[in-house]
Structures are given as structure tokens and as C-alpha cells.
Ligand binder design. Structure first.
Ligand code: HEC
Length: 134
């Protein structure tokens, strides 16, 4: 009986310690990094160019940060994306992060076939890489 009581605080302390460690790691090791973003961009590259204005299956993403959604005149966007742009959607950090974590939630009926990224740190790195290609 006594044992369970004394073990609990230890477990709790370990839990707290691991949270502390996690927050240190996430602030130090996961600062937005465009080099990591470049590696992550490999999943986007089959459909998107970022260092040229050539459209593939998806619109080119050169200078996409700050661009209006559906903003290229030489790409055939879905109706959903064109309307989102007409309604004022601009690809700033926040909008990009939301779109990349779940394209279908941010722009319902988008034709971008991508499941979304899981980790905010990956999204931050990708956006840093997009910014490095104005
Ligand atoms: C299977 C192909 C495919 C993949 C993979 C893909 N995309 Fe797309 N993406 C598209 C298509 C197609 C569109 C146009 C969507 C529409 O018109 O609804 C698009 C649109 C976009 C837009 C909006 C651009 C604009 O001009 O409004 C952004 C930003 C974007 N993608 C980023 C990404 C990023 C970053 C990745 C990688 C994490 C990625 N996409 C992966 C096909 C893809």
C-alpha cells in the first residue's frame, strides 16, 4: 500500500521531466529550417515546381507566399480554389499551415490530392523553404 503511494510521485516527476525535455527539444531542434523544408518538399515535387514557373499537375509554387489562392492565370484551378482566392484567401504563413495540415479542410473540394502533413515542425520548415524561393 505504502509502495503505490511512494511510486506515484516518481512517475509524475518523470512525466514532468519528459515534458520539460520535449519543450526544450521542440524550441531548439525544430526551429523552422528551409534545408529540412527542401527535403520535405520531395513529397510535393512530383506535382509542384518551386524554382521555376513551370506548372505540373499542380501550379508552380515559386513566390507562392503572399500570393492569392488560385492566383496564376496560366493554371486551371478547381472551382473551389478559384473561389477561395476570389473570396480573399492569401497564402500567408497561417493559411499555408492550415492548408498543408489538411488541404480538404482549408479548401473543401480542392483538386490537390494530398493527405496533409502531421507535424507543425515539418509545416514550418516547408514554409521556410517556400519563402526561400520567392
Ligand atoms: C498529387 C499532386 C500534388 C501533391 C503531391 C501536392 N500538391 Fe499542392 N496542389 C496540387 C494541385 C492539383 C493544386 C491545385 C488545387 C486546386 O485547384 O484546387 C495544388 C495547389 C497547391 C497550393 C495552392 C497554390 C495556388 O496557386 O493557389 C499550394 C500552396 C500547394 N498546392 C502546396 C503544396 C505543397 C507544399 C505540397 C507538398 C507538401 C503539395 N502541394 C503537394 C497538387 C499536388
Amino acid at each position: 500500500m505504502c509502495e503505490t503511494r511512494s511510486r506515484l510521485p516518481i512517475a509524475l516527476r518523470m512525466l514532468l521531466a519528459s515534458f520539460a525535455l520535449l519543450s526544450i527539444l521542440s524550441s531548439a531542434a525544430f526551429a523552422a529550417d528551409s534545408e529540412r523544408g527542401q527535403r520535405l518538399f520531395r513529397v510535393c515535387a512530383p506535382c509542384h515546381a518551386v524554382d521555376s514557373d513551370i506548372n505540373k499537375l499542380g501550379p508552380h509554387l515559386k513566390g507562392v507566399v503572399g500570393r492569392s489562392a488560385g492566383g496564376l492565370s496560366d493554371f486551371r484551378y478547381s472551382k473551389a480554389m478559384s473561389e477561395a482566392g476570389a473570396a480573399g484567401l492569401i497564402w500567408d504563413d497561417k493559411a499555408l499551415a492550415e492548408f498543408l495540415s489538411s488541404p480538404k479542410t482549408k479548401v473543401p473540394n480542392t483538386s490537390m490530392r494530398f493527405w496533409g502533413m502531421w507535424f507543425q515542425s515539418e509545416i514550418d520548415d516547408l514554409i521556410a523553404y517556400l519563402k526561400a524561393n520567392p
